[in-house]
Write a protein that binds this ligand. Structure first.
Ligand code: NI
Length: 238
């Protein structure tokens, strides 16, 4: 896109002026992909950020891939610049509770606090309140769904990356199991997972997949508050 713009000095100047006034560079905006027509997958990275999240962001940038990060509030508070930069790069940031508690074991006030404290840390970092949440361990009940006040986005490809810590196995699993509309659960807190991301991107690209954020995966549908989703396979009608 930039290459085409620089062919005209006038257009380039206008573009530079426009970009200077925007928080997100145009090149970072997620691609306009229709997941009803093309094969989409949402890669999701949970439990960070940690220091190694920076390495993951570099890989995603090099490969021009957008993903969704379900960050833990207290980690977002510790590494706000990482969360900000992920958001600015076009990735979606979701709420994964304040400190990764099993929310089904807490009372309503504490569940609400888990979400609101994480929202505040994320908003402090990115300027935006997350549009989706993911319950730690995928554990939810009526209290959790009500407190979330947004859709709960869980997953359909459970890689068990936290258990195996095996880069080659992870690439094989995701490459073989992913179907259009799937949401892949990954954890950027594990070095073996970050190591696997280039291979995962290569494997899925070879199968014709487009990498989208969670919001893009469900667009143009708007998910209702408290609804729990695991994938959007049904929308794919090529
Ligand atoms: Ni988690």
């Amino acid at each position: 896109m930039h290459r085409r713009l620089v062919t005209s000095a006038v257009v380039a100047a206008v573009c530079a002026t426009t970009l200077a006034g925007t928080a997100t560079p145009a090149s970072a905006a997620p691609r306009n992909v229709d997941c009803r027509k093309v094969r989409c997958v949402a890669l999701t990275f949970d439990d960070g950020p940690v220091t190694d999240t920076r390495r993951l962001l570099r890989t995603l940038k090099e490969r021009d891939v957008r993903a969704t990060f379900y960050v833990v509030g207290k980690n977002a508070q510790r590494y706000p610049a990482t969360v900000r930069d992920a958001s600015l790069a076009g990735h979606q940031i979701g709420n994964h509770s304040w400190d990764h508690a099993d929310l089904t074991k807490l009372g309503a006030a504490k569940v609400a606090s888990q979400f609101s404290r994480a929202d505040a840390a994320i908003k402090q970092a990115t300027g935006k309140k997350p549009t989706t949440v993911r319950a730690p361990y995928g554990a939810h009940d009526a209290t959790v769904r009500a407190a979330a006040g947004r859709p709960l986005v869980h997953w359909s490809v459970d890689t068990l990356d936290w258990k195996y810590r095996d880069t080659a196995r992870l690439i094989r699993t995701v490459g073989a199991q992913t179907r259009p509309g799937d949401i892949v659960l990954l954890h950027d807190i594990h070095r073996t997972t970050v190591d696997a991301v280039p291979g995962i991107i290569t494997a899925l690209t070879a199968r014709g997949f487009h990498f989208v954020t969670v919001d893009q995966l469900f667009a143009p549908a708007r998910l209702s508050a408290g609804k729990v989703v695991h994938h959007n396979r049904a929308a794919y009608r090529p």
